[in-house]
Design a protein around this ligand. Structure first.
Ligand SMILES: *Cc1c(COP(=O)(O)O)cnc(C)c1O
Length: 386
């Protein structure tokens, strides 16, 4: 019967559904009777109202990450924020040097801009993560050179959920006079992010990863840090990102930030309980291993490998669960996850891996169902293999 029902959604790390309150606030910014105007229109009340809504939202996201409102630049999402941060710093500071440090398991939205810059004559060091998926302060220290202009590392890895020692790496970068960019897409709204206490110079944030809308994000740019704009045309956002501000998206992100800030303690407890329930329910399966760090991690993500099981068959037999696998579609073929390979998994085991990610609307009843589905599927697959 289960195939007649919607699969259980366990892919919150890919995107979250919007909080209904967020959707409501956004809907009030669309039509003539709502807050629809161009926030840059200075000559009438409609424009002032829209500007006020944008500035309220700016305050909400600034507060969540402990930034000043003048340090928030609206962009279309974390992909754009990463591009703006990395290319923007590289171009602005190339006279000082052309060396960038990142890691091999960053999101493609960091790796691809780095590859682009390599084609432009920059040199990039890709740190290999430790077996738990984190990068150590010492690794960064050893890689910094006199011509290093930027260190770009993710706060939380999107496949593994592991957390990097951001505060300590930030402290190191500051002492070495190197700018520090953090891809915070999987961290903001999920764990404590404080740009001041954690010594962050640039932080990328995405609305749709914490119950806000898709197509909106911010780049936090610490006051005094100069970056080269990537989109020109009107000088919005203090020249760093031109384009008419999308009031409804911005209001949605602001409300999502407001809700997340208030909900964070309960939500962390809720998700931790679900993660523990899931892991306890599965951990006795023969050949199972947890990828990443069991403790230095966000509670919403659990990445597991099932040794001795064929990856494709595993995914097929879990059709009643909406999860991510350790395989990525690369044109026609399935490639094993480069993240899992970088922490030491072979191709076969990477394919036989599943990322479960739970969120605000997940329930213990769902997890119970997941444990039972996975257990049954593995038994059946092993029976087939035997
Ligand atoms: C989702 C994600 C991105 C991309 O964010 P978009 O807003 O979808 O462009 C970048 N980095 C990480 C770590 C992510 O999880």
């Amino acid at each position: 019967m289960s195939n007649l029902m919607n699969p259980i959604y366990l892919d919150y790390a890919a995107t979250t559904p919007m909080d209904p309150v967020v959707a409501q606030k956004m809907a009030a910014c669309l039509t003539l009777d709502g807050n629809f105007a161009n926030p840059a229109s200075r000559s009438h009340r409609y424009g002032w109202m829209a500007e006020q809504a944008v500035e309220t939202a700016r305050g909400q996201i600034a507060k969540l990450i402990n930034a000043d409102v003048r340090e928030i630049v609206w962009v279309s999402g974390a992909t754009e924020a990463n591009n703006l941060a990395i290319k923007g710093v590289a171009q602005q500071h190339s006279a000082k040097g052309k060396h960038i440090i990142t890691s091999a398991i960053e999101h493609k939205a960091v790796l691809d801009p780095c590859i682009y810059l390599q084609e432009q004559g920059f040199e990039v060091t890709y740190l290999q993560p430790q077996t738990d998926g984190t990068v150590s302060v010492q690794q960064v220290k050893d890689a910094i050179r006199p011509d290093t202009v930027l260190v770009s590392l993710m706060f939380v890895n999107n496949e593994l959920g592991c957390i990097n020692p951001i505060k300590e790496i930030g402290e190191l970068c500051r002492s070495q006079n190197v700018l520090f960019h953090v891809d915070g897409a999987q961290a903001v709204g999920k764990t404590g992010v404080d740009v001041q206490a954690q010594n962050i110079d640039l932080l990328s944030v995405s609305g749709h990863k914490f119950y806000g809308p898709k197509g909106i994000g911010i780049l936090f740019v610490k006051r005094g840090v100069k970056i080269a704009a990537q989109i020109h045309g009107g000088g919005h956002e203090r020249g760093m990102r031109s384009g008419t501000l999308a009031t409804h998206q911005i209001v949605g992100l602001g409300e999502a930030a407001h809700i997340s800030q208030a909900a964070l303690p309960q939500e962390e407890a809720h998700l931790s309980a679900l993660r523990i329930q899931l892991w306890n329910g599965l951990k006795d399966i023969e050949g199972i291993t947890l990828n990443g760090s069991e403790h230095a991690c966000v509670p919403g993500i659990l990445n597991i490998s099932f040794a001795g099981v064929d990856g494709e068959s595993l995914l097929l037999s879990l059709a009643d669960l909406a999860v991510s696998s350790g395989s990525a579609c690369n044109s026609a073929t399935m490639a094993p996850s480069y993240v899992l390979k970088a922490i030491g998994l072979d191709d076969e085991l990477a394919h036989a891996s599943i990322r479960f990610s739970v969120g605000r609307f997940s329930t213990p009843q769902e997890i119970e169902q997941v444990v039972s589905s996975v257990g049954t599927a593995i038994k059946r697959l092993k029976g087939m293999a035997a």
